[in-house]
Design a protein around this ligand. Structure first.
Ligand code: SF4
Length: 195
């Protein structure tokens, strides 16, 4: 029987939606998870570079996220350690301002529960960006409020802003994120990897 990962790789549910975007691209699901992983990175959706590479976070956002986690590429891309499950597995395209469109809800409606069932319990979940916060925490708070309340969910869950260059100003305005949250997150990453 076809594995869940292969079923998702074959998914073309959003073909018409993506064809109607400015990029007119075809679905290319980027699937990166395996049961037994110690860390779940719950992200938003692949960007254009990841759409091209077929590997999650192969872009400057990924460099920043790996720095936040204190992981090099070899550990980050080790499927026995890290699973990466976004709200949508494909690049959604751009809006009129050249920002990424939101992840199509049909993706998490179709796949998310199945993926979570297959993954089972994961000791550390890292939520990346507001879409992931809202879905996994059921919150309606702003990204800043949710991240600022990180102690409410640690050490099993850490809510982070998106590591995009667009949030560089946010990082400057919120120095507590790097000074207080990141050292605890990095220690937790090492703890679950070495457990
Ligand atoms: S975004 Fe999700 S639902 Fe849409 S084509 Fe890709 S895998 Fe399928």
């Amino acid at each position: 029987m076809e594995s869940l990962s292969d079923q998702i790789r074959s998914c073309r549910l959003c073909a018409e939606r993506f064809a109607a975007t400015a990029t007119g691209h075809s679905p290319r699901p980027v699937v990166w998870f395996r049961p037994g992983a110690r860390i779940l990175v719950a992200g938003q959706a692949p960007g254009a570079r990841v759409h091209d590479s077929g590997r999650p976070f192969t872009d400057p956002s990924g460099d920043r996220l790996r720095d936040w986690l204190g992981l090099g590429p070899a550990e980050f891309y080790d499927l026995s350690r890290v699973s990466i499950v976004p709200m949508a597995f494909c690049f959604p395209g751009y809006d009129a301002r050249q920002a990424d469109l939101p992840p199509p809800p049909i993706c998490h409606r179709t796949w998310h529960a199945k993926v979570m069932r297959e993954l089972g319990a994961v000791p550390l979940t890292v939520l990346v960006g507001g879409h992931a916060h809202r879905f996994h925490l059921g919150t309606r708070s702003s990204v800043t409020e949710t991240v600022r309340a990180w102690r409410d969910h640690a050490p099993r869950v850490f809510a982070l802003p998106h590591p995009s260059w667009r949030n560089t100003g946010w990082l400057k305005k919120n120095p507590w994120f790097e000074a207080e949250l990141l050292p605890v997150l990095r220690a937790r990453v090492q703890e679950v990897l070495n457990d």
